[in-house]
Structure formats: structure tokens, C-alpha cells
Write a protein of this length. Structure first.
Length: 295
């Protein structure tokens, strides 16, 4: 009788363990991947021009369309972003998941929805390592009203002669066409054109958007005041007391929400969608809202 009682306790324990694990898996799959949080940050810097005080920048990243993010989820994201009334929107890569069978119809759906995003100043996008395989990416971005900022920059004015600088780097996972050194040279060459004569109209406040955060040390971060990246998903699955469980290549060193790199503000989005596995745990989908202020 004692052996049977002991066996029954073991079976009960196994059953409870299976229920708990099953519950966690179901939660991570269906609850953890749903909804959309806004992480809001106040960005202060004396180099921000007066005309940009109060400017709102919304960062969307790692949508991975075709996995947990489909048409309705993308529409929900657009509605949420528009509620924030952003001045600038940046998409820091991985709009489409590499395993998605992207059809012409699907590409049209994506661009039609993203086209609804409203920004008073402009919308900018770069590729992520998943976007790289899709020839339609550039067309989707263009049709959506975004500026393709891959390895280029824009000088942004806002009712003033003093602009800000916004540069973008394409994914660095694949560097067949250009090396990272060649990509960043475009920015460095521009910075070298500053002279005593043009400094009053030259941008003092400089922003860089990139995908894989671990390359940040190779892009001369001291040249920028604000750098925004994605890719890490902040581990996608996190455990209390442990943090991020699995981190992708390119986000092993830098993956948390914020780092201060010798005075440069470096923010990493936790992303919206899922990659490799359709689970998020203690890490709900999110977008970032940055407010540029003087103090």
C-alpha cells in the first residue's frame, strides 16, 4: 500500500508538472504574442534644436510579417502608432519573416496598411536580416510612403534653418555588396564637410538607425547622439531572474532596452513579431516612443 501511495504521488507530481509546462507554452504562444505595448522614453540632449523640442519619434521593428503578425495584427499596429501622433516613424528592419512565402497580393496588403501610418515629418526604413531575401522589400517600402534609408542619410528640417541628421544602415548580417566600413563612410564623409562657415546650419543632433545592435561599436557611436536598433527581440523569451534566454547572432552583447555609450543614447526595440519560434514570454510585443526634449 505504501508503494502504491508513493507511486500515486509521483504520478500526481508529473501530471501537475505537465499541466504547468503546457500552460506556459500556451500562454507564450497565444497571450504572450498578442497585444501591443508602448515603451515611452524621454530623450534629453542640449544639441537638439529648439524647433525639434517635443518631437515624437516612433520606432517599429521586427514585425516578421507572416508568422504571428498577419493582416489584422499589422492593422492594429498602424492604428496604435497613429494614436501617438508621431512626427517621425522609423522601421528598423525585419518587416517580413524569411520563411514567409511572399506573394504579390501579400506585398500589396502590407504596403496598403503601412501606407496608413501618419507622420508629420517623415517615415524611414532599413532592411533587417530577414528582409534581405525579398526583392519586393524596396517596392513595399516605397509604396508605403517610407524613405529607404539603407546606407544613406536625410537632413531633416522642421520650420528652422537648423536641421537634425538621420542616417540608416542596412542589415550587416549580409555584406556581399558593401562592407560596414563602406556603409558608414557615407555618413563620415558628410560629417567631414562641416566647416566654420556652415556650422550654424549644420546638424548638431545626429541620429542613426540600424538593425543588428552588436555592430554599434564599429560605426563610431561617438558621432551620434541617438542610435536606434532592433533584431534582439530582447531574447523574445525571458525568465525571471535570468532574463533573455536565446539571443540571435548580432545581438549577443547588446540586447537590452537601453545603453549609454559614452554619452550616446542607444535604444534597442524588443520588437513586435516572432522569429524562429512563435512564442514570447515575459516580453510582450512593443513599439518605442521617444520624445526629444531640452531637459
Amino acid at each position: 500500500m505504501e508503494n502504491k501511495s508513493h507511486l500515486k504521488k509521483i504520478l500526481w507530481g508529473i501530471g501537475i508538472f505537465i499541466l504547468i509546462i503546457s500552460g506556459i507554452i500556451l500562454y507564450a504562444r497565444f497571450i504572450g504574442t498578442s497585444g501591443l505595448y508602448v515603451k515611452e522614453y524621454k530623450v534629453t540632449n542640449s544639441s537638439i534644436p529648439d524647433s525639434f523640442y517635443g518631437t515624437k519619434i516612433v520606432q517599429i521593428s521586427d514585425i516578421h510579417y507572416g508568422r504571428t503578425i498577419k493582416k489584422q495584427e499589422l492593422q492594429n499596429m498602424v492604428d496604435k502608432v497613429n494614436q501617438l501622433k508621431p512626427d517621425i516613424i522609423v522601421l528598423t528592419g525585419d518587416l517580413i519573416d524569411k520563411d514567409t512565402m511572399l506573394t504579390d497580393k501579400m506585398a500589396t496588403v502590407i504596403s496598403d496598411i503601412l501606407k496608413q501610418l501618419n507622420a508629420t515629418i517623415g517615415k524611414y526604413a532599413i532592411t533587417g536580416n530577414h528582409d534581405y531575401k525579398f526583392d519586393k522589400w524596396a517596392t513595399i517600402i516605397s509604396d508605403s510612403g517610407f524613405m529607404n534609408l539603407n546606407d544613406r542619410y536625410d537632413i531633416i528640417y522642421n520650420n528652422s534653418t537648423k536641421p537634425i541628421f538621420l542616417g540608416g544602415l542596412s542589415t550587416n548580417t549580409y555584406q556581399k555588396e558593401k562592407t560596414l566600413e563602406e556603409k558608414i563612410k557615407v555618413m563620415n564623409d558628410y560629417f567631414a564637410t562641416r566647416t566654420e562657415e556652415n556650422q550654424n546650419s549644420f546638424p548638431d543632433y545626429k541620429i542613426l538607425i540600424m538593425h543588428e545592435p552588436d555592430y554599434v561599436e564599429e560605426v563610431n557611436p561617438e558621432n551620434y547622439d541617438l542610435i536606434l536598433a532592433g533584431h534582439s527581440h530582447d531574447g523574445q523569451v525571458k525568465l525571471p531572474g535570468i532574463g533573455a534566454v536565446i539571443l540571435p547572432n548580432g545581438a549577443k552583447k547588446y540586447h537590452k532596452n537601453y545603453y549609454n555609450l559614452n554619452g550616446t543614447d542607444f535604444y534597442i526595440s524588443s520588437g513586435i513579431g516572432t522569429s524562429r519560434y512563435n512564442f514570447r514570454l515575459f516580453n510582450r510585443p512593443s513599439i518605442n516612443l521617444y520624445r526629444l526634449v531640452d531637459h
